[in-house]
Design a protein around this ligand. Structure first.
Ligand code: GDP
Length: 202
């Protein structure tokens, strides 16, 4: 089935796993530390400035948000992690919900991890990447805000991140991205497109 990034439509927000869409289609999840630039990246990838709200209060509006790209093909915006001010109970809720999501979700074809190119592979990023690699979920990393570094420094950050990722799992890929100058948008779309179309629908 073809997918259309530009006609992405918000379908629903879920606070619990039971509220997610039926586990029958194909979906690509997007995760990242709060403030890494996830909402901005999503908005640029789907060509819509306000689809995934760029939050001024990270950690406040935490939901699993479903965007439809095609028939039974979805982009899933996961709650940002690592925000210090999240109340412990809410943090525990999301830890448990996301564990169950990654471990059980049949529709999940791949995970995009958004990291700030200036601070990639923080502890929580690494934990997430190691954990989903163990489960066997394909992962692609976007090093965003690359407009903030010189070309040379961005390339060096990408190389170092790839080196660290390869130690976790050789198939994990990474690229530079910028929501500001739109660098890497096509590459990110290709990764998502591949996951949503190449695999047989369940
Ligand atoms: P989220 O919490 O991960 O969803 O992060 P946001 O998308 O809300 O972005 C956090 C901050 O970083 C905001 O002030 C954005 O304007 C800024 N930002 C996000 N992406 C980029 C980028 O590619 N380049 C630059 N220069 N700033 C960015």
């Amino acid at each position: 089935m073809p997918i259309s990034f530009n006609n992405a439509k918000f379908i629903k927000g879920a606070h619990k796993l039971e509220q997610c869409l039926p586990d029958t289609g194909l979906e690509v999840a997007v995760a990242g530390r709060s403030n890494a630039g996830k909402s901005s990246a999503l908005n640029v990838i789907v060509g819509n400035k306000s689809l995934a709200r760029t939050s001024k209060q990270p950690g406040r509006t935490q939901q699993i948000n479903y965007f439809e790209l095609g028939e039974q093909q979805y982009l899933v915006d996961l709650p940002g992690y690592g925000f210090a001010k999240v109340p412990p109970k809410l943090r525990q809720h999301w830890d448990q919900t996301l564990s169950a999501y990654f471990e059980t979700r049949q529709s999940l074809a791949g995970l995009i991890v958004i990291m700030d190119v200036r601070h990639p592979m923080k502890d929580l990023d690494r934990q997430l990447i190691e954990w989903v690699a163990d489960i066997g979920i394909a992962t692609h990393c976007l090093l965003t805000k690359s407009d903030k570094l010189s070309k040379g420094k961005a390339a060096a950050a990408l190389q170092e991140t790839r080196r660290q990722l390869a130690l976790i799992e050789p198939d994990i890929s990474a690229q530079l991205f910028s929501a500001l100058d739109k660098r890497g948008v096509d590459e990110a779309r290709e990764a998502i497109h591949g996951w949503l179309t190449d695999q047989p629908a369940s």
